[in-house]
Ligand binder design. Structure first.
Ligand SMILES: NC(=O)c1ccc[n+]([C@@H]2O[C@H](COP(=O)([O-])OP(=O)(O)OC[C@H]3O[C@@H](n4cnc5c(N)ncnc54)[C@H](O)[C@@H]3O)[C@@H](O)[C@H]2O)c1
Length: 269
């Protein structure tokens, strides 16, 4: 479809890179005006400039609720409203075994991944509640659905996003505000490399290749996902095709969270 979001105004946090960038580009292609909110000012400004006057960049650290309040106010002031809030910004935790983890990243990760989503939902909803409703889309992860080793703080943060999303959906339904979550899995973006801080370029390449191979082995659909695969799910929640859908968690993961691929052994002879 074209112009599915005509007349709408959206905020995409973490919109300067990866999945967020894919959502920004898809929303603009569908007629929305978009505010890109990120801490990466150069990348965000460059993206906004390339998209023209339908996009704006706002340097925002989502772990600071005051900056989120200012982001919503700027969006309403510049674009005249806010219909869709995509709380996408997140950081991963370093890959460490639990027994070796001093948990010193806990507050930083929870600040971005949980407080950022909660404040983004609250402040967008404060505007939407007074203005006929809207759609809020929170990015969780298959890591928030499936248990597993490593990146424990990240997994815990993404599980929190799921429970918060469902609870907010119940509370905000009376204002015609829908709140849904998307759980991507194994979409090649810079986030994986960021959890391997301290590695040199060759070691990082090897590490990523090994992890991606493992993900592919477990994934029913063998191709790699793309940011636009996730953006299509965001488009569904953002637009007018899902007016009766709230409180859901949609995995966009090639079937990974459905179950592992079982390879039956061939019978002999
Ligand atoms: N890529 C995947 O396979 C995958 C899997 C599961 C979930 N996700 C989720 O998808 C979302 C997007 O991840 P991605 O893969 O595109 O990662 P990414 O690292 O490419 O993008 C994250 C963006 O968030 C921004 N950001 C980080 N901290 C911020 C802060 N404090 N304030 C504002 N912006 C901040 C970064 O600058 C970056 O632009 C995240 O919520 C992530 O947890 C991704």
């Amino acid at each position: 479809m074209v112009n599915e979001l005509k007349g709408k105004v959206a905020i995409v946090t973490g919109g300067a890179s990866g999945i967020g960038r894919g959502i920004v580009e898809r929303f603009v292609a569908e007629g929305s005006r978009v505010v890109i909110a990120d801490v990466e000012a150069d990348k965000g400004q460059e993206l906004a400039a390339g998209l023209g006057d339908v996009a704006l960049f706002s340097r925002t650290d989502v772990s600071d609720p005051e900056q989120i309040g200012a982001l919503v106010a700027t969006t309403v002031e510049k674009f005249g409203g806010l219909h869709v809030m995509v709380n996408n910004a997140a950081v991963s935790s370093p890959l460490r075994r639990l027994l070796d983890d001093d948990l010193s990243d806990f507050h930083r990760i929870m600040g971005v991944n949980v407080l950022g989503v909660m404040a983004g939902t609250r402040d967008a909803a404060r505007h939407m509640a007074e203005n006929g409703g809207g759609s809020i889309i929170n990015l969780t992860s298959i890591g928030g659905i499936q248990a597993g080793g490593g990146v424990m703080i990240y997994r815990a943060s993404k599980a929190a996003v799921i429970q918060f999303t469902k609870s907010a959906a119940i509370e905000l339904a009376r204002y015609e505000i829908r709140v849904n979550a998307i759980a991507p899995g194994s979409i090649p973006t810079p986030i994986l490399g960021k959890s391997a801080a301290g590695m040199g370029p060759e070691q990082l390449k090897e590490f990523e290749a090994k992890i991606r191979q493992g993900m592919r082995d477990d994934r029913p659909l063998k191709r790699e996902g793309t940011p636009d695969d996730v953006a299509q799910a965001a488009l569904y929640f953002a637009g007018d095709r899902s007016p009766y859908v709230t409180g859901t968690v949609l995995p966009v993961d090639g079937g990974t969270s459905t179950g592992k691929v079982v390879r039956p052994r061939r019978s002999e002879g």
